[in-house]
Design a protein around this ligand. Sequence first.
Ligand SMILES: [Zn+2]
Length: 105
Amino acid sequence: MNSMTSKTRVPRMLRGSLVTLRRRCGKPNCHCATTEQRHEAPALSYSDQGRTRVVMLAESDVAAVTAALERYRAAKAELAEQAATGLAALSERVAADRATRRKGR
Ligand SMILES: [Zn+2]
């Protein structure tokens, strides 16, 4: 497991979604212990082999994490497009081969 501190630079690419966690801090005298108010903190939620995991984020990392998530989304879309183009080319070739074989008979 990689433990990431706010000092660590955010990686170029990340998968998951940005969420806001609302929680109690645990201090008995804090307003969160006696009221319905909670502390809000940004976090990255992602799934790992079917399990949802959460990485707490520093407020200062949110912009970089958002950019890294967008990079992943764009790369994934690009990859899907390449695969779709490949599939189209493959079925075209298979259909053409079949037509050629039919003519040859
Ligand atoms: Zn609190």
